[in-house]
Design a protein around this ligand. Structure first.
Ligand code: NAD
Ligand code: MG
Length: 360
């Protein structure tokens, strides 16, 4: 079992990674969280059918356990489901010493985390991620639900007590979801760690190589990078913005195509390609765009903006991003592998880059 320490100003906690570690959760929670009065496991329908009984029985050895199951999918990051979680917590009579367990992917983690942040002004929670993408969402303390007018617009910075990553739970994850999470692993390498990117190129030729020791190593490195960045900048005053590499176009695409049409990771991968394309032109230095193109293509990521999506519409969405400052788009660009910077890009320039990229 690997253990990674996350040290943020607001909280220090451990991320445990290993095969079969779910069975150790109970004893570790007992050591880390004192006087837990009851446990509420929040999960989605898909994960519930696969793993809820196993996880529930682990906690039942020590605690009074309640469960709350939400529908699977992004739509559950809603006011309605947020309210339903609070109703469940109140109905079960949870007090301020209760512990919420977020069992699932990023949707469950973001929602359950925000419920924990707000129930009785904040109770403890732990993350038990079950998707590859959740190596990103379960670490760092961003919790949120969506507003009809914007994704992740309502939320809080709220850190978990611990994160338990049992890689055996990823065996059931569909390939589309593995690829989605893999995009964020690649992102972590590209923004922070050239050697790790080299390792990915050498070891992960196709998604099926993301198993066993390789998967654990990729997760460990991805989480270490995320943890290092969050430790330096918990609330996104500076370097944390680097994590948005690929997300300016990625978010615009997800929103323009309709959430769920394209996975977050596929959108981010295409966004990273675009960011590299822009970086070569912005910094006027070769970054070997075509080798990234072929690598991403080989992994199965989309490599072109769908023809029916216009550059003008994407630009409008990019300007609406909550990371935009004033009215100029700020994009994370790559100076070299492992090193990125935030740059302001004028509308005209960005439109031009988008049109050139679409023609490529
Ligand atoms: P998700 O939670 O919806 O999971 C994807 C799908 O896989 C769902 O249908 C789910 O039911 C299913 N699933 C989950 N675990 C499974 C398993 N082990 N086996 C089989 N199926 C399984 O989506 P996600 O991709 O994990 O997360 C996306 C969300 O994460 C987005 O809402 C995004 O905004 C958020 N996010 C948050 C942060 C953050 O810092 N808080 C970072 C990145 C992404
Ligand atoms: Mg992301």
């Amino acid at each position: 079992m690997n253990r990674i320490r996350v040290e943020t100003p607001s909280k220090q906690y451990d991320v445990y990674i290993g095969d079969g570690i779910i069975h150790s959760i109970g004893s570790i929670v007992q050591r880390t969280c004192e006087n837990v009065s009851a446990v509420l496991i929040i999960t989605d329908e898909t994960v519930a059918s696969l793993y809820l009984e196993r996880v529930r029985s682990v906690f039942e050895r020590t605690y009074r356990v309640y469960t709350h199951i939400i529908p699977s999918g992004e739509e559950s990051k809603s006011f309605e489901q947020f309210y339903a979680c609070h109703t469940a917590a109140l109905t079960y009579g949870l007090d301020r010493d209760a512990l919420i367990v977020a069992l699932g992917g990023g949707v469950v983690g973001d929602l359950a985390g925000f419920v924990a942040a707000t129930y009785m002004r904040g109770i403890r929670f732990i993350q038990v991620p079950t998707t590859l993408l959740a190596h990103d969402s379960a670490v760092g303390g961003k919790t949120a639900i969506n507003h009809p007018l914007g994704k992740n617009m309502i939320g809080a910075f709220y850190q978990p007590e611990a994160v338990f990553y049992d890689v055996s739970l990823l065996n059931s994850l569909p390939e589309r979801e593995m690829r989605s999470g893999f995009a964020e692993v690649i992102k972590h390498a590209l923004i922070y760690d050239r050697a790790f990117f080299g390792w990915l190129q050498a070891k992960i030729h196709t998604l099926s190589d993301l198993r066993g020791e390789n998967l654990q190593y990729a997760l460990k490195k991805g989480i270490e990078i995320k943890a290092a960045i969050v430790a330096q900048d918990e609330k996104e005053a500076g370097i944390r913005a680097h994590l948005n590499f690929g997300h300016t176009l990625g978010h615009a695409l997800e929103s323009e195509l309709g959430y769920g049409t394209i996975t977050h990771g596929d959108a981010v991968a295409l966004g990273m390609l675009f960011a590299i394309f822009v970086s070569e032109r912005f910094y006027q230095r070769p970054l070997f765009y075509s080798s990234f193109y072929h690598l991403f293509d080989h992994y199965g990521f989309p490599t072109a903006i769908p023809a029916h999506v216009s550059a003008e519409k994407l630009l409008l969405k990019m300007k609406g991003d909550k990371k935009a400052k004033g009215n100029t788009v700020r994009m994370v660009l790559m100076e070299e592998i492992g090193k990125v910077r935030v740059e302001q890009i004028s509308d005209d320039q960005l439109l031009d880059f988008l049109q050139q990229f679409s023609r490529e």
